[in-house]
Ligand binder design. Structure first.
Ligand code: SF4
Length: 225
């Protein structure tokens, strides 16, 4: 595979800093240099996330979690784009581009960033999602255009489905257990992760992961031709 003169996309998606980096770097590389993305199958994820997000529009932050600063959720589902990322003092061609879930305007002028999840995964830890949330925070604090903001808190708002509820076809639904997981600000770790990510992108095509069913299928299928 010959690397083109320019990547097909120069905007890094925050979610690639969690799921992308923790799986296989080869597919990531292909995604950014050729804009060819492995199709994912996540039925219901978008619908559930949209419902959860909508539920908290205008919410008071301390009602979500008492640890949060006084303020209200004032924005949701907006795109943010950063200035070019600087790694080891050098400006790169890469920027962050992503759509956050909820942003609160705090009474002290700072903002709070919340990422919504409907999930029962053990992986919903602050540490796993820290680079993704920091990427949004970085974009808000170093925007490509407009006023830079100060992000006072970042965290996950997790809904874990626990029960089926309702008594008739008009009101069936799912009950959830809600937890807010505060994520400690760690920009130094974000800069390390994004530096590693950019090194992968700027390098040659990485090897495929040996355990990926998709790649094993493609290799086996191609061998039949
Ligand atoms: S092993 Fe192959 S299909 Fe799987 S993620 Fe890596 S490059 Fe993509």
């Amino acid at each position: 595979m010959i690397k083109p003169a320019k990547p097909a996309r120069e905007n890094i998606s925050p979610s690639d800093l969690t799921f992308g980096l923790s799986t296989c770097k080869r597919c990531l590389w292909i995604k950014y240099w050729f804009k060819v993305t492995m199709p994912g199958q996540f039925p219901l994820v978008g619908t559930m996330a949209a419902l959860q997000e909508e539920h908290f529009q205008g919410a008071d932050m301390p009602t979500i979690d008492p640890s949060l600063r006084p303020g209200k959720v004032t924005k949701w589902g907006e795109w943010v784009k950063s200035k070019p990322l600087v790694v080891h003092g050098a400006e790169t061609r890469w920027r962050i581009l992503g759509k956050y879930d909820l942003v609160a305007t705090n009474e002290d002028g700072t903002i709070g960033l919340i990422d919504c999840k409907v999930s029962d995964s053990q992986r919903d830890s602050g540490q796993f999602y820290s680079p993704q949330l920091e990427a949004y925070a970085y974009s808000l604090e170093n925007p490509a255009a407009g006023r830079a903001q100060t992000v006072a808190s970042i965290g996950l708002l997790v809904w874990k489905p626990t029960t089926a509820i309702g008594t008739s076809v008009d009101n069936y639904g799912f009950g959830v257990f809600q937890k807010y997981v505060p994520v400690e600000r760690d920009q130094a770790n974000f800069l390390t992760v994004i530096g590693e990510f950019i090194n992968v992108l700027e390098g040659e095509l990485p090897d495929a992961g040996p355990e990926c069913q998709t790649c094993n299928y493609i290799v086996a299928r191609n061998a039949l031709d």
